[in-house]
Design a protein around this ligand. Structure first.
Ligand SMILES: [Fe+2]
Ligand SMILES: [Fe+2]
Length: 268
C-alpha cells in the first residue's frame, strides 16, 4: 500500500522549533510514502528553512504548493525562485507549480498549483477586507483597489493555465487524480468558521479561474475521479460540485499544526 498524507496551513512561523519537530515526528510515525503540503508553511524569509526541516525529518517524498503567507515580507517571484532552487538541491521535495504530473500510486496521479484568490467571487468592489497580502507581498503592496484586482485576476489565471495544461495529462494516465492547491477553487469549498464565505470575504478566499477549469475539464472525463485538496480559509469542509469531483478544505489553527487526512492506495 502507498500511504499519502495531507497537511495544509502549517504556519510554522507561529510554532516553536521543538513543537515543529514533535509534529513532524508524529507525521513520520504515520509512515507516509508521500506527504502533500498545501501552502502557508511560513513566510518569505523562513519558508525555505521550514521546507528543509520537513525534508530532513520525513523520509518519504514531499510535494507542496505555497500559500499567500509564504510570500509575506517578500515577493512572489523571489520566493518561487528560491523554492525552485531548493527543489533542485533536494530531489525529494517537489514544488507542484513547476511539475507536470506526479505518480503517487499505479492508479493515482497528482497535479497542483498555489492558486490565488482572484477577486471573481463575491463583491470585490464593495469588500472592505484588507488582507495582509495587500500590504506584505511586494507585487500587491502599494497599488490601488482597481489595479490590485487586475493583479489578482492575473495570478488566478496563471494558476488556471497550469491546471488546464496538466490536469488532462493526468486524467489521460490515471483513474484517480489528486489536485493540491492552497486556495479553494469554488465558493462551495470556501468554508470559513464553519460557513460558506460571504460576498465580503469570498473575493479573497476563492480562485474561480481554477474552479472553472475543473468544472470545464472534468465532465469530459466521466470515468475518472478528481480529489481536490485546499486550505487557506482554515475551516474544514467537503463538497462535491460534480459527480466525479470532490473538494476537501483543510482545518487549521495558528500554533497547532495538524494532519488533515491519510489515504492508502494499491501499489499496482
Ligand atoms: Fe493559512
Ligand atoms: Fe492562506
Amino acid at each position: 500500500m502507498i500511504r499519502v498524507l495531507w497537511l495544509t496551513d502549517l504556519h510554522f512561523n507561529f510554532v516553536a522549533p521543538r513543537e515543529i519537530d514533535r509534529f513532524l515526528m508524529r507525521v513520520e510515525a504515520e509512515r507516509p510514502d508521500w506527504v502533500l503540503v498545501g501552502g502557508d508553511i511560513g513566510e518569505a524569509h523562513d519558508v525555505g528553512l521550514h521546507l528543509r526541516r520537513i525534508a530532513a525529518r520525513l523520509s518519504g517524498q514531499i510535494a507542496f504548493v505555497l500559500g499567500n503567507h509564504d510570500y509575506y515580507r517578500g515577493s512572489i517571484a523571489g520566493v518561487r525562485g528560491e523554492v525552485a532552487e531548493l527543489c533542485q538541491q533536494i530531489p525529494r521535495l517537489m514544488y507542484l507549480n513547476d511539475a507536470e504530473v506526479v505518480e503517487l500510486a499505479a492508479n493515482v496521479g497528482l497535479v497542483g498549483h498555489d492558486g490565488w484568490a482572484d477577486a471573481r467571487v463575491g463583491d470585490y468592489e464593495r469588500s472592505d477586507v484588507m488582507l495582509n497580502d495587500y500590504r506584505l507581498i511586494e507585487e500587491l503592496a502599494y497599488v490601488g483597489r482597481a489595479e490590485r484586482r487586475g493583479l489578482l485576476e492575473k495570478l488566478g489565471d496563471e494558476a488556471a493555465a497550469h491546471i488546464r495544461r496538466v490536469l488532462p495529462l493526468a486524467l489521460d494516465r490515471y483513474e484517480h487524480v489528486m489536485l493540491l492547491t492552497h486556495v479553494p477553487p469554488l465558493r462551495e469549498a470556501c468554508w470559513h468558521d464553519g460557513h460558506i464565505s460571504d460576498d465580503e470575504w469570498s473575493p479573497h478566499f476563492t480562485c474561480l479561474a481554477v474552479g472553472n477549469a475543473i468544472l470545464e475539464i472534468m465532465p469530459q472525463w466521466p470515468e475518472r475521479r478528481l480529489t481536490v485538496l485546499c486550505g487557506h480559509t482554515h475551516s474544514h469542509g467537503q463538497c462535491q460540485p460534480l459527480e466525479n469531483v470532490e473538494i476537501f478544505t483543510g482545518e487549521a489553527r495558528y500554533g497547532s499544526p495538524a494532519v488533515q487526512q491519510v489515504w492508502e492506495f494499491e501499489e499496482d
